[in-house]
Design a protein. Structure first.
Length: 572
């Protein structure tokens, strides 16, 4: 394609210029000057004079407010992104019209190729072409109406880069399995170093842009050594996937550009202290666990990661409800029997315990036995006399939790997990994504006055149902796919006495119901974020009827079977 044809195609893709007549476009084309910007560089800073407007040809830029001199953009927590600019987007036109300094800063998040139209040429066009001025007024009006951005400005994330953090990580094998996992869902192109080196570094940006236009998704595969190709992959990706073996991060590499990545722990084993060191270093948006050797990879692990990266991972949020929460076990069993993979789980109280059992990797029968053991009478009825901070002691529950989960850590589980507790000190929700599974599972279910609070780094943790009994938002905020919420709170239907008044519940039932009342006011707005809400008919099961595990599981199975088609539609 000639330079003139390339400019014309770009103008046709730009909201500012697309509706201009051909004679006006013919005046603009020769005035456009190529203007390259490397990833991380500033195109303009707030307060700079408005000396030009720019049209994005290839690459990606962000319009930001709140940046600080001397602070790396990746480290600056006060930066607010106003707009994301992709191909055809224009930036800088308002300052040319008003004559004011730049009102925001613009930096490249990818190597970008732009075209520049100077202040002098811009105003010459206004004088020479009334059609240009008319189109400009309409487009600027749309921009103001949209509060600073065109709806089409935000490009969909298409490019994912796989970055190994050590040598000898078999990234090609991992990327190929990911490509196949995407395959049934999307048209995927893979661009590795060997393919890229057939061209020149100057043409890599255009090569990537062409692939993005032709395919649903592009996977960039890097290598561990510091090369121009690796740096290109880091700069260009919409989403970074950093893959690490069980080795400690180097002390002399801060890695600011890799922060916020998806962090993949590979290997046959991954010690928690190493995983924690990488999490502290990279502050990942999500973590994944993939079992691998040098020659093989666990395909279901990679498929799970691929679905999360593609935004097609089914997530279950399991609510609290005491013994009614056994119904969660029935829901999970039906999904497994029908081949519906659950890629991430989270929950509160009883829901948090069942979610932990699932994420730990127990099968259906093992989950049943473990749940029954955790709430066995000999565990529940360990009272402390006289009572101090609660009626019961926790030694029995701790023993069972340790026997079930051992020293397993949340951050190294095969399935993504969170549980929710409430901090009595700060009166806030605590989302537990790290630490011992056993400790988090117990903390989420410490019912006030029944079990004493758990001490954790200056906090006093109690049942998460006090603040968020069905924490849908915690999972929905990840934007990794459909969220199904299982609500087992049910209605409170006390027996009616001879005088027509409701029968007073026991102390335990009163405390359990009071926990749910605390978060009931927010329940409707929170649940609205779920793609599907399943409500097993548990009202006939009392919250402390832990002996009715089989009945509650059957209720959960019926509810799941009734909603199978709706769940399949979400995944399709």
């Amino acid at each position: 394609m000639s330079v003139e044809s390339q400019k014309r195609a770009l103008l046709a893709a730009s909201p500012l210029f697309a509706r201009l007549p051909d004679d006006a476009l013919a005046l603009i084309e020769p005035r456009l000057e190529p203007y390259p910007v490397e990833s991380g560089d500033w195109l303009m800073r707030k307060g700079d004079p408005g000396d030009a407007l720019y049209i994005v040809d290839t690459g990606r830029l962000e319009v930001v407010l709140g940046e600080h001199d001397g602070v790396e953009p990746e480290d600056d927590e006060e930066v607010r992104v106003l707009r994301v600019l992709g191909r055809g987007a224009t930036v800088g036109e308002l300052a040319l019209v008003t004559g004011d300094p730049r009102s925001a800063s613009v930096r490249a998040t990818r190597d970008s190729s732009l075209y520049r139209l100077s202040y002098e040429d811009f105003h010459a066009l206004l004088s020479d072409s009334p059609a240009f001025g008319h189109a400009l007024v309409k487009v600027l009006g749309r921009q103001l109406q949209a509060s600073g951005g065109f709806p089409g400005d935000v490009p969909s994330p298409k490019t994912t880069a796989f970055i190994p953090l050590q040598k000898e990580v078999n990234l090609e094998l991992l990327a190929e399995v990911v490509r196949r996992a995407f395959g049934p869902l999307e048209d995927v192109a893979v661009l590795d170093q060997h393919t890229a080196e057939q061209g020149s570094p100057e043409g890599w940006g255009h090569m990537l842009d062409a692939l993005e236009q032709e395919h649903h998704r592009v996977l960039l595969v890097s290598q561990s050594t510091d090369t121009p190709w690796r740096r290109f992959c880091v700069r260009q990706a919409d989403r970074l996937v950093c893959v690490t073996r069980p080795e400690m991060p180097p002390h002399d590499r801060p890695m600011p550009r890799l922060r916020g990545c998806d962090l993949v722990f590979v290997g046959p084993d991954h010690p928690a202290e190493i995983a924690d060191a990488w999490i502290d270093r990279l502050r990942p948006r999500a973590r994944h666990r993939v079992w691998t050797t040098q020659q093989s990879v666990n395909v279901p692990d990679v498929q799970r990661a691929a679905r999360r990266l593609a935004g097609r991972a089914l997530g279950l949020v399991l609510g609290g409800g005491g013994a009614r929460g056994y119904a969660h076990l029935g829901v999970l069993e039906v999904l497994e029997e029908n081949g519906i993979p659950v890629d991430r789980v989270g929950g509160t109280s009883m829901g948090g315990i069942v979610a932990s059992l699932y994420a730990y990797g127990l099968n259906a029968e093992q989950r049943r036995r473990a749940a029954a053991a955790i709430f066995a009478p000999r565990v529940r009825h360990r009272y402390q006399i006289p009572p101090r901070s609660a009626l019961a002691r926790t030694e029995g529950a701790e023993e069972v939790m340790d026997r079930v989960f051992g020293d397993a850590m949340i951050e190294t589980l095969p399935t993504d997990l969170f549980t929710v507790a409430a901090d009595m000190v700060e009166a806030e929700m605590v989302v537990q994504r790290r630490g011992r599974v056993a400790d988090a599972a117990l903390s989420t279910a410490r019912i006030p006055a029944i079990l004493p609070p758990g001490r954790d780094d200056g906090r006093l943790l109690v049942d998460g149902g006090l603040i968020r009994n069905l924490p849908v938002g915690v999972m929905a905020d990840m934007n990794e796919g459909p969220v199904v919420a299982i609500d087992v709170g049910g209605r409170f239907e006390p027996e009616v006495e001879d005088d027509g008044l409701p029968e007073l519940p026991g102390v335990g039932e009163t405390l359990m119901r009071s926990v749910l009342l605390a978060s009931a006011a927010m329940n409707e707005s929170v649940i609205a974020r779920a793609d599907l809400v399943i409500e097993p008919e548990v009202s006939g099961i009392k919250m402390l009827a832990f002996q009715e595990i089989d009945r509650a599981i059957e209720v959960g199975r019926r509810a799941a079977e009734e909603n199978l088609d709706a769940i399949r539609e979400l995944l399709d």
